[in-house]
Structures are given as C-alpha cells and as structure tokens.
Design a protein around this ligand. Structure first.
Ligand SMILES: [Zn+2]
Length: 114
C-alpha cells in the first residue's frame, strides 16, 4: 500500500504541475485572440506564418487542457484512495512508472494487453 507520506508527495507534485500549466495558459491566452492581419503591411508568406503560429499555439493549449484533465483525475484518485492502482485490474502500478508519469492509470500488463 502507498503510505500517506508518498500520497502527500504526489499530491504536492500534481498540484505544482497544475499551477505551472495554469500559469502558462494564462500567459498564452492572448495567443487565442482572433488573428488580426494587416493586409497592407504583411505579405502573403507572413500571413501563412502567422496562421501556422496560431494553430501551433492552439494545439499547445489543447494539449495543456488535456494534461490538466489528467492531473485533475490523478488528484481525485489521491482523494479517493485509488491513486496508483490500475484502473483495469486494480493492482498497484509500479512506483517507478508512476513516478515518471503521475497521471498514468494502467499497469504495464494492461497497457501491453491493449
Ligand atoms: Zn492492470
């Protein structure tokens, strides 16, 4: 069983990750504003660049949102005592794998079985 100290450690790490992502999302929010292009001074290539940059930034935002959802789930599992247990077979996930990614929900066997 995972001891309380470990749970607290993971909870602190997850909360820190959450804060970091939210800080980045805050500063990136302006990238999501509608793209205003100055057609008189910006050439066609620059417009394409600007559109691509915005798409990349939107993609990064989408990934951050997904990560936040995963972190939320992990924090909820900590609260409910299911953190570190495989979602499918309920055995304990290897602590080294879990430490590498606190948001994983399946043990190695179940991942490989998929
Ligand atoms: Zn499993």
């Amino acid at each position: 069983m995972m001891i309380e100290e470990e749970r607290e450690h993971f909870r602190a790490k997850l909360t820190a990750m959450q804060g970091e992502i939210r800080a980045i999302s805050g500063s990136a929010a302006q990238d999501l504003k509608p793209l205003v292009l100055d057609h008189t001074s910006v050439g066609r290539v620059s417009r394409i660049d600007a559109i691509q940059l915005q798409q990349m930034s939107q993609e990064a935002t989408r990934r951050r949102q997904q990560h936040l959802v995963k972190i939320d789930g992990a924090l909820r599992r900590i609260e409910s005592g299911r953190f570190g247990l495989c979602f499918l077979c309920r055995i304990e996930i290897d602590l080294r794998r879990l430490s590498a990614d606190l948001t994983i929900t399946r043990c190695r066997d179940c991942v490989e079985a998929l």
